[in-house]
Unconditional design. Structure first.
Length: 111
């Protein structure tokens, strides 16, 4: 689906995606590296579980959130990939809301 521009190639660096060895060109963003590696999504939506992949590639849509070196919710499209970086797509999380006896849904804290 994605094709790299010939002039975009640079030094090859190694990093991991979900613990698996991966390579990218120096200067690639993490999002570009994920897409180049064949990942079709970075996260899922908390309510429906729908898959989301990098879309805008410029820091607007937040569909590229990943965990990088243990820090969650990083925008992969804004961060250059580095050698040794540990990238983990956000695991599937789904909210299960259950109404109380009066039909109200609980407030969700810490989100
Ligand atoms: S791809 Fe849209 S914010 Fe990263």
């Amino acid at each position: 689906m994605f094709r790299r521009l010939p002039e975009a190639a640079g030094d090859i660096i190694a990093f991991t995606i979900d613990g698996q060895f991966a390579q990218a060109f120096a200067g690639d963003t993490v999002a570009a590296a994920l897409l180049s590696a064949g990942f079709d999504h970075c996260r899922t939506t908390p309510v429906s579980g729908a898959r989301r992949a990098p879309y805008c590639m410029m820091g607007v849509c937040f569909d590229c959130l990943v965990t990088i070196d243990g820090v969650g919710n990083r925008q992969a499209c804004l961060i250059p990939v580095r050698a040794g970086m540990r990238v983990v797509p956000v695991p599937e999380t789904r909210l299960v809301l259950q109404a109380d006896r009066k039909g109200y849904f609980p407030l969700i804290k810490g989100r």
